[in-house]
Design a protein around this ligand. Structure first.
Ligand code: 26A
Length: 341
């Protein structure tokens, strides 16, 4: 495992997280376990979380979360490199500091005139609802990848991971990285990220899909994709997985794999026509601190093994381990040393 093997791009966000009553979600017409982009009417949420609910500030942003978790498990610094856009402010400093502490090599594009992005995390029991105000994260431009040092880092990568979330910001950057991965025959991994991506960003998602070697998603995200494709309404998760892997693929020598999570129900690994199940250890209610970041941690655990050339079986078991650990901690944070064997 050499430095810079794993390259990720995404939205670096500072999570503003608090436990709230259900009617607070209703007030903003938000749903449990959803993730949305903030509109004008959501803007008061952030201040309210801080002033009324003693919100905590935690490093967030889906891809950055996954890479921090991967680094934690790998134990060797700078195996993972991250690109995203932040402002020039305290929030960016917190994000950089947390990323650095995890051993992640971050190369932020910095926009002086826009604040760092934030994500409201509304915790209700074992559910979480996310509302992202991308701010500077939304200003990422492809020319950041043209800077010679960054270009070298991208070309140096052996594995690439980008969220579906990043499709809301810069599809051209995603296509660029996907094409680099393809030209060098290196795995390109993506995530469906949230139902709204399939609802509103299906065109850029389909444009990149032929490059995608491994697609991650949860049940709700897979269903939203199926709906967007007008697949039969009664198709279950297995069927959706099979259809996902059967979509056009540029490099037919490496058939696509779909990895679909479903909370505490088994993870599905879909390859060709086969579906394998991997059980998840169910946590007791009192062990659950918050489920924010569980999906990201799953991917982080998976990546930590994947970049070491481990079997899919080991990768998924490590994903489940990491998700279980993160749920016992606030936000996408870990405590102590990883205990995955
Ligand atoms: C474009 N959107 C909506 C987003 C996000 C996001 N990361 C990138 N783009 N919306 C929420 N998140 C992050 O997801 C993590 C939990 O999976 C949050 O910052 C949170 O840390």
């Amino acid at each position: 495992m050499r430095e810079g093997s794993l390259v990720g791009l995404g939205n670096p966000l500072l999570d503003i997280s608090a436990v709230v009553p259900l009617d607070f979600l209703q007030k903003y017409a938000m749903k449990e376990d959803d993730a949305i982009l903030a509109e004008e009417r959501h803007m008061p949420i952030y201040r309210e979380l801080i002033e009324r609910f003693q919100a905590e500030f935690l490093a967030g942003g889906s891809v950055q979360n996954s890479l921090r978790i991967a680094q934690w498990i790998i134990g060797k610094p700078k195996v993972a490199v991250f690109f995203g856009c932040v402002g020039q402010d305290d929030y960016a400093n917190i994000l950089a500091e947390k990323a650095c502490a995890a051993g992640l090599d971050v190369h932020y594009q910095v926009k002086c005139d826009t604040p760092t992005g934030t994500c409201a995390v509304l915790i209700t029991g074992t559910h979480r609802s996310l509302c992202a105000n991308l701010a500077a994260a939304n200003k990422f431009t492809i020319d950041h990848l043209d800077i010679p040092r960054n270009q070298a880092l991208i070309e140096n990568g052996l594995y690439y991971y980008i969220s579906g979330f990043f499709l809301t910001v810069t599809p051209p950057s995603i296509m660029r990285v996907a094409a680099t991965a393809h030209a060098r025959q290196r795995p390109f991994l993506m995530n469906l990220s949230a139902p709204f991506i399939s609802q509103f960003y299906m065109a850029p998602l389909l444009a990149v899909m032929p490059y995608v070697d491994i697609i991650f998603g949860n049940e709700a995200e897979a269903k939203a994709f199926a709906e967007g494709q007008c697949w039969p309404a009664d198709a279950d998760l297995r069927e959706i997985g099979k259809r996902l892997v059967a979509l056009d693929k540029l490099n037919p020598k490496r058939p696509r794999i779909a990895i679909l999570t479903q909370g505490c129900d088994p993870v599905l690994l879909v390859q060709h026509d086969s579906v394998q199940e991997f059980p998840v250890t169910r946590l007791a209610a009192h062990e659950i601190v918050d489920t924010n970041g569980a999906g990201d941690a799953f991917v982080g655990g998976f990546l930590s093994q994947f970049v070491q050339g481990k079997s899919l079986d080991v990768c998924i078991r490590c994903g489940n381990y990491a998700a279980g650990h993160i749920i016992k901690n606030p936000g996408c944070t870990y405590s102590g040393k990883p205990e995955f064997v």
